[in-house]
Design a binder for this molecule. Structure first.
Ligand code: CMP
Length: 139
């Protein structure tokens, strides 16, 4: 099934010059970049994006981190894109992620884990529309 998912290269990845490396992995895995932009989120924008985590103890720190510097936002499309992108990223905690995954190779901590991906079709729909209008996505 062809799906869309949201990918973010987080501030730690952008700051360390990993944009090209992450996109290379995405494209060489057969996923297509349908939309892309670089933005510096405000704390409020990061809070809105991660609203489902509002009650978590790490919410304040996570949203400060996500607004400390620019991020790259992308809509990815492809066969089972949600799981395919999650497989490329690896587990949330870099220490627990499989060898060869982005988070294992580049993640600094469970919070500064270099990339984000939607975890289900409903969250992918919310997350892609949070950052992109229909006009910004290419076919
Ligand atoms: P992400 O996939 O973007 O989804 C939520 C983010 O919260 C996660 O990646 C991490 O950056 C962060 N996160 C998840 N669990 C923790 C935790 N236990 N401590 C700190 N940050 C976390």
């Amino acid at each position: 099934m062809i799906q869309e998912t949201l990918a973010i290269i987080k501030p730690d990845g952008v700051a360390r010059g990993l944009i090209g490396e992450v996109i290379r992995r995405i494209e060489s895995h057969g996923l297509k970049v349908k939309a892309m932009k670089m933005v510096h989120l405000s704390k409020k924008e990061a809070e809105g994006f991660y609203a489902v985590h509002r009650e978590r103890p790490f919410f304040g720190s996570l949203t400060s981190f996500m607004s400390e510097g620019p991020v790259v936002l992308m809509i990815l499309s492809g066969e089972n894109a949600i799981q395919a992108w999650r497989d490329l990223m690896g587990a949330t905690d870099p220490a627990k992620s499989a060898p060869g995954t982005i988070r294992r190779e580049f993640g600094l901590s469970i919070e500064r884990n270099t990339t984000h991906g939607s975890d289900a079709p409903e969250t992918a729909a919310f997350e892609t529309s949070y950052f992109f209008s229909g006009m910004e996505a290419c076919n």
